[in-house]
Design a protein around this ligand. Sequence first.
Ligand SMILES: [Zn+2]
Length: 317
Amino acid sequence: MKTPAFLDRQRPDVPDLVVPGGVTPFYLQGRPVRGRLVRPGVLADVMLTRHDHHAAVTRLAGKALSVVAALASALKFQGSFSLQIKGNGPVSLLVADCTNTGALRFYIRADEEAVTALLSEKPEPSDYDLTGDGYLALTIDQGPETERHQGIVDISGDSLTDMISHYFKTSEQHACWISLHCELTDAGWRTGALILERLADDGGIHIETDDTPDDSWNTATILASTLKASELLDDALPPRELLFRLFHAEGLQIGQPRALAYGCRCSRARLTEILQNFSDDDLDHMMLDDRLITMTCEFCNISFHFQRDDISSEDND
Ligand SMILES: [Zn+2]
């Protein structure tokens, strides 16, 4: 017997991939510095290759994945962290989000003709060349019980790193240092992030060095700047070793690594629920000649097909 759509929990053909040590949190003892190293590994390739974009667009998406993974890992409660960029460039919309448990997803809307035109003029476009002018929003959503926190700034800067740094400069109290990379390597697409946050230097945490908190922060960012993209994206270089190379003389303390995973949970059942909220009239409008309704999950880039006759509107009152 055929499973009715509303019971069909089957997920599309997407990998149930979990990368156990995707995020490595750390802090520098006695210094006002904490940070996260993000290495999604093969998960980046799996997610990015589900979508057929120019490499320049894929690179931007990959960096967005790393940065939301880094920022979400600082969430203290259940919830998600999302980045949205809306601009007037060839990439008109970029959405990436990550839950506190490390479930990652993204989608990017690009005008492929406009991207091609840009690339013919400028083979290596900046992130800004792709997004154009517009805004960048970061949203923390910790469930219906709490207030959603959203900050919005204009797109400012050449790279996604600059855009996010601009956000932190204008809307947050503490300084933040960010490095983001995404490249097509021999092993496939890889992305990574190194983020340092400056903690408020009160409360006597400054105990172990003769340097001032400013000196300690500056030293940490100078050391972090020596990290090469090739090191950040190298699967063969374990996170601990990479962090040790940079910060071994700075009181490095490594925390419990956290997992990252393929984050979309779309299923026929979930989409059926959505369809049932439409009126019969709307459902009839969505239907094509063959009485099929097609719903596409933009995150997974997968289309689900439903028989119109299997969907009954619950909006009948
Ligand atoms: Zn999906």
